[in-house]
Design a protein around this ligand. Structure first.
Ligand code: GLA
Length: 365
């Protein structure tokens, strides 16, 4: 018997990709898919971790030896969170953490943040740490950056902690602010179709870090602290380096797209109008940020040909999923068409589901 069970969701980002580490904006929703953490406190100074997705593996490490623990793979996500609490002076006397989840892994839907955040909320409650949601997000991000070694921003952890049912979450990474925006596609007869291209991505790989560095170089060349400060897209044209110019053009235009979509949703516009903005965002990620793949492009093109109002890749890129805005009665047909096209192209079989805006991290028992 555990002392309790906590759950944290994966996310799908409606819009705002590669903006988080540029101090920009994003608009994610939480998925119904979660990682659950059954947690208990102990007093022997050791942390024990298991996962239903990795039967037969069982890790046990002393909390004060976590910094140099010779472990690799998925277990670094939960251990990184324990380590980060400990490093910040929150005393963990020992814990047992048993994980189980259904967030698709490597699909660009933040299965890693779901692990981190489920452990983070569990530890906060179990040890009654006086830690705000903002710090919880920061602890989870630090676990990912420093313990796992993936130089991400905090989009995924923010979404997993802060999202609420029936809403998209407008995140402002420059001001550290957020706002819930009502997001009711069902009322308009629409659905958000997620297609996992079944081509796993890995953010620890150099490409993500390289994009981040290029954005920093572009900001420096433009004389600003972060690309968020550039609001006039014409400023980007003054960049001499064509690669930096493309990277900056994506980020600056993407920030404007996030604000445009948030505005449309807030003012009660027909959600169909956001479709073309999603499609433009895909072109920007493909051509300017260069993080798409043949599978992602094929899924987007096919969805659009079959009548989706808009479609784009989601997450960091180099694999993972797309999101398409579809009429409810065409969702299945579009998903089938993508499946057929993938088969004909010799790609791995894709998987699909419909995403509804779901609650963020919480105690469930
Ligand atoms: C990954 C990272 C996030 C964010 C997205 C791209 O999901 O973990 O921090 O940068 O890519 O928007």
């Amino acid at each position: 018997m555990s002392d309790g069970v906590w759950a944290a969701p994966g996310r799908v980002n409606i819009i705002g990709e590669h903006t988080d580490y540029n101090g920009g904006y994003a608009l994610p929703i939480a998925l119904p898919h979660v990682v659950r953490c059954a947690g208990s406190t102990t007093t022997d100074g050791r942390v024990r971790v298991t996962s239903r997705q990795h039967e037969g593996e069982r890790f046990e490490v002393a909390v004060d030896e976590l910094a140099d623990a010779p472990v690799s793979g998925w277990v670094r996500y939960p251990l990184g969170v324990v380590h980060e609490f400990h490093r910040r002076g929150h005393r963990i006397t020992g814990a047992t953490l048993d994980l189980d989840g259904n967030v698709p892994i490597g699909a660009g839907l933040s299965s890693s943040a779901a692990i981190e955040c489920s452990v983070a909320v569990a530890l906060r409650d179990l040890f009654e740490f006086p830690v705000s949601d903002a710090e919880l997000i920061d602890i989870s991000r630090a676990a990912e950056n420093d313990y796992v070694g993936a130089p991400t921003g905090s989009l995924d952890q923010s979404a997993s902690i802060l999202c609420t049912a029936d809403h998209a979450l407008l995140l402002d990474f420059g001001e550290n602010g957020h706002d819930q925006v009502a997001f009711d596609l069902a009322a308009a007869g629409l659905e958000l179709l997620i297609i996992d291209t079944n081509t796993p991505h890995a953010l620890v790989d150099g490409e993500y870090a390289q994009r981040r560095e290029q954005c920093e170089s572009a900001a420096t060349a433009l004389g600003v602290r972060s690309l968020r400060e550039i609001t006039d897209i014409r400023a980007v044209d003054t960049l001499v380096d064509p690669v930096l110019r493309r990277r900056a053009r994506h980020v600056v235009s993407e920030n404007a797209r996030v604000l445009a979509i948030a505005d449309a949703l807030r003012t009660g516009a027909d959600p169909r109008t956001i479709g073309p903005v999603l499609t433009v965002a895909h072109a920007s990620l493909r051509d300017d940020f260069e993080v798409s793949t043949a599978q992602l492009d094929t899924a987007v093109t096919t969805a659009l040909e079959e009548g989706a109002h808009g479609a784009r890749m989601v997450g960091g890129g180099f694999g993972g999923s797309i999101v398409a805005l579809t009429e409810r009665d065409s969702t299945e047909r579009i998903a089938d068409a993508v499946e057929k096209r993938f088969h004909a192209s010799g790609f791995a079989a894709p998987r699909w589901f419909v995403a509804v805006p779901s609650p963020g991290a919480r105690r469930i028992s």
